[in-house]
Design a protein around this ligand. Structure first.
Ligand code: FMN
Ligand code: SF4
Length: 431
């Protein structure tokens, strides 16, 4: 079964169209697990240094330095240490991890093995989004193959290093992608994020020191080990090296997955790779990194897709899920969809988040149906402002930012609803 979504590739996804790449034989025939062999001959300290030098930033949303995160793991040998691979991928607009799990599961495992050796971890838990039935099957098959071939287990690739991998399936909650919500769920409890500190490197899965990394983050690692940090820095920007897989959806001719260097201008992604907006329409706004990230208006598509540039425009790269909205789109309806999602997915522990997400949706919905008042616009911003930075996890920020982005760039849409006492965008998508 070949890949059916449009894509462009670089090192990370070079064999996506090649069905055999998902199998152990196919992967090994293309040089698979050679980087892990090389890593096992390198000291953990040198490996962590290499990943730090490469500048690899986590691809799960926050963009934290992977090498630095690995260095936080204790080295005193006191307790068992664990890795956790975050394959929950529930951010609306994000679908890049899915394709890595389906088409390159051994690459995920190879990255995990290198991370495990570098951090001295004896076990990895891979937490897979509940709805990802086929990706989970592909991954399980790869894990079984790796055990049978001695790549996992008591003697990894013939060395004295032992490593086990356990796959755990989620049950459909967005909050289980937040790393400590994930850990709670992994341990069999409700997926409610933990207060930090302590951070997972001190108190992680089952109370043991743990490191959580995203699927794509792990996939970059074998390439860095095989080719070096300078090679990796040859892609992307100085502050954001490497490529990433942008998942483009919405009003574009060619939605799909495009692996491109970080720093690629957003307009190149939208107009060249995804071939622009269909039906001769124009772009109204683009969410650059999954639904939690603030939207940008059409006038700002020149932005290079790297955090240092996106932050200047008050948004972030997030998961690289690019969602394009054309000129017919009602931004209040978009706000209704977004706030509905966050209202539903809040775990409810923090008042600001539990109540705030409900209020944001209630006010959005009121404005959309033509019952909003001029005060509602200020209340929206007031509620969003009070949710930011106040809660146990970043979910509340993720719920507030898109509302602030919509109000920043499309306040006129909101004002027009209040003035006309109805939605002035009859051609927009239906709620
Ligand atoms: C509400 C919320 C949802 C998240 N969902 C995911 C997710 O589905 N996948 C993911 O890798 N990271 C997700 N994250 C980020 C994780 O908490 C964590 O930072 C990440 O897995 C670390 O991996 P990285 O350093 O390799 O990016 C989420 C964070 C928040 C606040
Ligand atoms: S911010 Fe929201 S999702 Fe995160 S812990 Fe608090 S209530 Fe739960």
């Amino acid at each position: 079964m070949g890949l059916t979504v449009p894509y462009v590739t670089s090192y990370l996804s070079e064999h996506f169209a090649d069905d055999a790449y998902a199998t152990l034989d196919g992967y090994r025939a293309r040089g698979g697990y050679e980087a892990a062999q090389q890593a096992l001959r390198t000291s953990p300290e040198d490996l962590i240094e290499l990943v730090k030098e490469s500048g690899l930033q986590g691809r799960g949303g926050a963009g934290f330095s992977t090498g630095l995160k690995w260095s936080f793991m204790p080295t005193d040998g006191g307790k068992p240490k664990y890795l956790v691979c975050n394959a929950d991928e529930s951010e609306p607009g994000s679908f890049k991890d899915r394709i890595l799990l389906e088409r390159a599961p051994h690459k995920v495992l190879e990255g995990i093995l290198i991370g495990a050796w570098a951090t001295g971890s004896e076990k990895t838990f891979i937490y897979v989004r509940g709805e990802y039935a086929f990706p989970a099957r592909q991954l399980q098959r790869a894990v079984d193959e790796a055990y049978a071939a001695g790549i996992l287990g008591a003697k990894v690739l013939g060395s004295d290093f032992a490593h086990d991998v356990v796959i755990m399936r989620g049950a459909g909650a967005y909050i289980c992608g937040e790393e400590t919500g994930l850990l709670e769920s992994l341990e069999g409890r409700k997926g409610q994020p933990r207060k930090k500190p302590p951070f997972p490197a001190q108190y992680g899965a089952f109370g043991m020191p743990s490191t959580v990394n995203n699927v794509e983050t792990f996939c970059h690692v074998p390439h860095i080990v095989a080719n070096g940090s300078e090679w990796f820095r040859g892609f992307g920007t100085e502050k954001s090296p490497g490529t990433t897989i942008f998942g483009v959806s919405g009003h574009v001719v060619r939605p799909g997955l495009y692996e491109l260097p970080l720093g690629t201008p957003l307009e190149e992604i939208v107009f060249e790779h995804a071939q622009g907006v269909p039906n001769g329409r124009t772009v109204k706004g683009v969410i650059p990194g999954g639904m939690s990230m603030p939207i940008l208006p059409a006038s700002q598509l020149d932005v290079p897709m790297a955090n240092e540039h996106l932050r200047e425009r008050k948004t972030m790269l997030g998961t690289g899920g690019v969602m394009v909205m054309d000129e017919t789109t009602c931004m209040v309806r978009a706000g209704c969809v977004i706030t509905y999602f966050f209202r539903d997915e809040s775990c409810g522990q923090c008042t600001q988040c539990r109540e705030g997400t409900g209020w944001l949706h209630k006010i959005m919905e009121r404005i959309e149906r033509g019952a909003g008042t001029p005060d509602d616009l200020d209340i929206l911003l007031d509620v969003a402002g009070k949710m930011e930075g106040q809660t146990i996890c970043a979910f509340a920020d993720a719920a507030a930012w898109p509302v602030q982005g919509l109000m920043r760039h499309f306040r006129e849409d909101f004002e027009e609803h209040v003035r006309q006492r109805k939605c002035p965008f009859p051609e927009s998508f239906e709620l």
